[in-house]
Ligand binder design. Sequence first.
Ligand SMILES: Nc1ncnc2c1ncn2[C@@H]1O[C@H](COP(=O)(O)OP(=O)(O)OP(=O)(O)O)[C@@H](O)[C@H]1O
Ligand SMILES: [Mg+2]
Length: 370
Amino acid sequence: MSAVTVRNLEHHYQSKKNRDRPQVDNVSFDVNSGEMFVLLGPSGCGKTTILRCIAGLIRPSSGEIAIDGKTVAGPTKFVPTYRRDIGLVFQDYAVWPHMTVFENVAFPLRHGSAKKLRRNEIRDQVMASLEMVKLEKYATRDATALSGGQQQRVALARALVREPAVLLLDEPLSNLDAALREQMRHELRQIQQRIRITTLFVTHDQSEALSMATRIGLMRDGVLEEVTTPRDLYQAPKSQHAASAAGAAVFYEGTVEAVEDDGMQRSARVGTPVGRLQARTLGPVQVGQTVTVAVRPEDIEVHPAPPTDRPNVLAAKITSVLFLGPSVDVRLEVAGHTMRSTRPAKGWTQVEDDSAYVELPVDRVHILPA
Ligand SMILES: Nc1ncnc2c1ncn2[C@@H]1O[C@H](COP(=O)(O)OP(=O)(O)OP(=O)(O)O)[C@@H](O)[C@H]1O
Ligand SMILES: [Mg+2]
């Protein structure tokens, strides 16, 4: 079931005299009930604008938005933020100073609720919300006398206290340092899974998107390009933009030389600047077609001697090796072109200027539209 429905959403910040492309261009998607839907895309692509439209902080130029089946924005309708069944958390966690943790979380109940709640009802709901983010012991603490991660948890408790139908999160972890950010990813995901709250999460961070999302909506220049799962975005990207949005990849342009179909799987042979590569194809390709071949660095194997009877083995020379702790980041030259491989550091012995053989396993070579 769809908890948030966005249809043909369009937003122009500028007035009509500035007829540039809209900042949000005909975007449609559904967030299913209970899922964590992540909007992923580079800075400026329109993620926050979409979130603000759903929150009612801006009125979209056109299109329709429904929350829990009720239209909140449309040609003749605009429901203000405080009457939308949502909880909001932004990047700047904005706990209110000079207020205790308890009062911060109680605020939406005292000031936003349609019906007036009794003192003990407020107390119970605030404490339940604080328990959810494991801050019940801090209820009487001044909210600014907390660490960044704790303050962000206060903001989360405040967003959840009214038990909204939908939680809207705009880069909620990006102000936290790296270690805390990773910890908060786990906590946020646990909370979301436990209470099964429908969540729309906006981020430009690929690992955040891959780790948190049930589904990812991939954005670019105001357009929602595709909706996919983290695994498919990573392992079976449909475009060069999708491949790079999910992580590092090397790309080579090539020409399809042959197509084989054994009834089960279709594969193609592609002539590329680094050599001839065999690849699986998902979509239809034709002989003579120009395509882009993409491979992830961790899928590129490096051997000191050439493995026999295996396809996609190319002679290479190691140009640099960086030790990263668990892995090594290896740069190689293959037929005058740069290739990049990430290998486990354990057991790695090769050094700069060594000759080597790279192997690109057939089912890890992706053929994308050029
Ligand atoms: N108030 C505004 N007035 C005019 N243009 C704006 C306004 N806010 C945003 N924009 C423009 O709209 C586009 C989309 O902005 P938006 O904030 O939605 O991007 P974003 O994807 O959230 O980026 P980021 O990852 O940097 O937060 C950008 O080109 C931005 O410059
Ligand atoms: Mg933004």
